[in-house]
Design a protein around this ligand. Structure first.
Ligand code: ADE
Ligand code: ZN
Length: 333
């Protein structure tokens, strides 16, 4: 594969989940925090179960404490991703994490919008934000997110989503937030079918009206659901390394990616929380090639699928597609 330059689009990546252990340690030192409990002796993050992972995520988020920290991790992420061919990225953000360290939503978004402007100017990556409800934080917190989705200035915020522990609450409990987001012109995605089975994907579509599904790989267990996803053109934000690390798929070879593609379900490739899962966007594309028979043309197709489902304006979409056409002419003709 022409892996480094093959144009890539990522729809599913969590902001604080881009922070590598060495960076988290540096930020912790900067702010006088001890996070040694979440770092294993080999330098990796120390977690075993999905709930451990969510808890470690929150500890990492706690050391990102200033607007400057946020700016730094954001530019760092997209500098690395751009070097791997990323041309479009949607970043999942929560208002709860900056709020927990005393950063207002206004300041947070001012910082991120400036950072995204700078990423676009420096690296040519188009970035949009998807504001997320963190499911296990509960309904009251979700109400505050819905309020922001409705009332706060949008700029590069184009979507509303829900992440977190699928075992807590039901998708239907968050219908109000998705209605608020849609009413304010936001597009929608929901984590589902990761730790919970196919019915969770159905619920996300039925009760939240989700246009895309985060993960959704367990839809592969239900042929009727695969048909529905295909017919309704609902794109799955597939994150293979995350799924293997969190036990959603036993191995990369047996990951649901091939089954989903074979069923004609639109899929994109994503890194989710890359350093937690020892990956990056380049590696996700490489794994699809090495273990799921994707040719360069298939991978380009996956990027085009992601762009078709991207929460962006048509001018941005067309500019990314033109970049892909030019790359294809040069490398695959
Ligand atoms: N938050 C960050 N990563 C997540 C994942 N893979 N699933 C649910 N919530 C998350
Ligand atoms: Zn996720």
């Amino acid at each position: 594969m022409n892996n480094q330059t093959l144009p890539k689009a990522e729809l599913h990546c969590h902001l604080e989940g881009t922070v590598a252990p060495d960076v988290a340690l540096r930020l912790a030192k900067r702010h006088g925090y001890d996070i040694s409990r979440i770092i294993a002796p080999d330098g990796r993050y120390n977690w075993r179960t999905f709930n451990d992972f969510l808890a470690v995520y929150d500890v990492v988020a706690e050391v990102v404490r200033t607007p400057e920290d946020y700016y730094e991790i954001f530019l760092d992420y997209y500098a690395r991703a751009a070097a791997q061919g990323l041309i479009y990225g949607e970043m999942f953000i929560s208002s709860d994490h900056p709020q927990a360290v005393g950063i207002s939503y206004d300041t947070f978004m001012e910082t991120l919008n400036q950072a995204a402007d700078d990423v676009e100017a420096k690296y040519g990556v188009h970035v949009r934000f998807v504001l997320h409800v963190v499911r296990h934080y509960g309904i009251e917190k979700a109400r505050a997110v819905a309020d922001l989705a409705e009332k706060a200035p949008k700029r590069r915020v184009t979507g509303l989503g829900i992440a977190g522990d699928e075992a807590q609450y039901a998708h239907a409990d968050f219908t109000f937030a998705f209605e608020a987001g849609r009413g304010a012109g936001l597009q929608t995605t929901a984590h589902a079918g990761e730790h919970a089975g196919p019915s969770s994907v159905k619920n996300a579509v039925m009760h939240l009206g989700a246009q895309r599904i985060g993960h959704g790989v367990r839809a592969a267990e239900d042929a009727d659901l695969l048909t529905l996803l295909k017919e309704q053109n609902i794109t799955l934000e597939v994150c293979p390394s995350s799924n293997v690390c969190l036990g959603v798929a036993p191995t990369i070879e047996t990951h649901q990616l091939s089954a989903l593609r074979a069923a004609g379900v639109p899929v994109s490739l994503n890194s989710d929380d890359p350093p937690f899962f020892f990956t990056d966007i380049g590696r996700e594309y490489a794994l699809a090639q090495q273990h799921h028979g994707c040719t360069d043309a298939d991978l380009i197709d996956i990027t085009r699928t992601a762009l078709a489902a991207a929460f962006c304006d048509d001018a941005t979409r067309q500019s990314c597609l033109a970049h892909i056409d030019a790359w294809e002419k040069e490398h695959l003709a």
